[in-house]
Design a protein around this ligand. Sequence first.
Ligand code: FES
Length: 225
Amino acid sequence: MAPARKQTKSKYTIDRGIPGAFEGETVTRRRFMTGTVHGAGMLMTAGIVIPSVGFALGPVFKNVTLGWQSVGYSDSFPDNNYVPVVITIAPGIGEAGKSTVYVRRRDPAVDVEPETEYNQWVAISSRCTHLGCSVLWVPAAEHFICPCHGSVFDVEGVRTAGPAPRPLDRFYTRLYGGTVQIGPRYSVNTELRAFSPRDPGEPLDGLGQYAYPSRPSVRKLPGNV
Ligand code: FES
């Protein structure tokens, strides 16, 4: 015995006995209204979500490459005290894009990390590695002190107290035409090993160096992780 043929439902609403159906109508008004409301809802959600995601993720992929900046003649910087200088770290936004860097001449008695042509002057970032407040160099105490949550860093920028997860960041330096120039920023771990720049709050000791990789847009410098 042949299997019974399945009755196919008509696509016309009038054939399906739907009240108020029109001749030739295939979509019920209820379904049409539901689809319209869902479509409008999706459009409104996309209008909020897409700009928010772009705003949050955009800076991660923005590649800002700054050139070397001259900050003073080579004899302006002693080896036993820091001199604050101001450099531009984010061009195009005026004063907000400037930052203080503490610079001194390298002192072989203090600076024991391998000597290169890019660390003859030590340039320490003033941005605290806890949450980014500005640290102050206090010559009498020979320490950097963060006024926000009390992190303290020694003369090499290594944390000695407070919640900061790693030493203060540094900048490459070089001598160019008799002036000291500040180059790209880099981060260091407690042994002062150089890493590509990290954001505040990101530790670099132990598993931290793997848990907090540098941003994809960051230019990796030779020897940096
Ligand atoms: S921002 Fe410096 S200790 Fe919190």
